[in-house]
Design a binder for this molecule. Structure first.
Ligand code: SF4
Ligand code: SF4
Length: 228
């Protein structure tokens, strides 16, 4: 079917609230196909916003004050959007990220200010200042109900993307013969061997990352529903 959507995000009723379901109809579907489908539903359909009881997110800052893990491709997009292309990965993360290492566990998140809100949140008009380049976790979160398989795909994409970012960050430090720059450490002992390559490795755009390559078999089985 030429031009058919490879990912379908459909509004779904959960009691008196509107949430969504997700199905992948083409095994070549990419993360960008997923984002396009989700953004279309967010814009065109009044999904229920459970936390604020509103129909649209504009003017709400609740999720912008929460942990927002970054993916490898998020950082490439931010680097481009903010004009940081001459900076090293560590230098970019020192500006926009916050790296916490607890023993071998690494978490790389969006940087927040002392009021706990993201550094890219405009406190006056209460909008995102980098909306076209906002990270994947911001694009895919909406405080409405969703099916288990929709949540599974989101979790997979966010985790794989962050894992690849950690791998690149550790690799760059090793190549430079430096210690990786940590912003908060609790007996830190990160090891590159704990972050093997995954479906994000070697990719620079979300359109190059295939959902089939990153979804665990059980998630793929739940979500893949080929079009006839
Ligand atoms: S998704 Fe986030 S920004 Fe939108 S209404 Fe819910 S808490 Fe607020
Ligand atoms: S990048 Fe934008 S949408 Fe995401 S947390 Fe920051 S202000 Fe909110």
């Amino acid at each position: 079917m030429p031009g058919a959507d490879k990912v379908l995000v459909t509004p779904k009723r959960f009691g008196n609230k509107w949430g969504y379901d997700l199905a992948v109809t083409d095994s070549r579907a990419s993360v960008q196909d997923y984002l396009n489908a989700l953004n279309r539903v967010i814009e065109e359909f009044p999904l229920s916003r459970g936390r604020k009881k509103v129909r649209a997110c504009a003017g709400c800052d609740l999720c912008c004050a929460e942990r927002a893990p970054l993916t490898w491709i998020d950082v490439l997009r931010l680097q481009e959007y903010l004009g940081f292309t001459d900076l090293s990965l560590q230098e970019v993360l020192d500006k926009v990220g916050y790296i916490v290492v607890d023993g071998p566990v690494v978490d790389i998140m969006l940087r927040r200010d002392s009021d706990e809100r993201c550094i890219f949140f405009n406190r006056q008009n209460r909008l995102c200042t980098i909306y076209p380049a906002r990270p994947l976790v911001c694009q895919t979160f909406i405080c409405c109900p969703g099916t288990r398989r929709a949540a599974g795909v989101r979790e997979t994409v966010v985790n794989c993307g962050e894992d690849e970012l950690v791998r690149r960050w550790l690799m760059q430090a090793r190549e430079k013969g430096e210690k990786p720059g940590i912003h908060e450490g609790h007996r830190p002992s990160p090891r590159l061997v704990d972050w093997p390559p995954n479906g994000f490795s070697g990719k620079k755009h979300y359109r190059q990352v295939l959902l089939k390559e990153i979804c665990p078999p059980e998630t793929w089985r739940q979500v893949y529903s080929p079009a006839n």
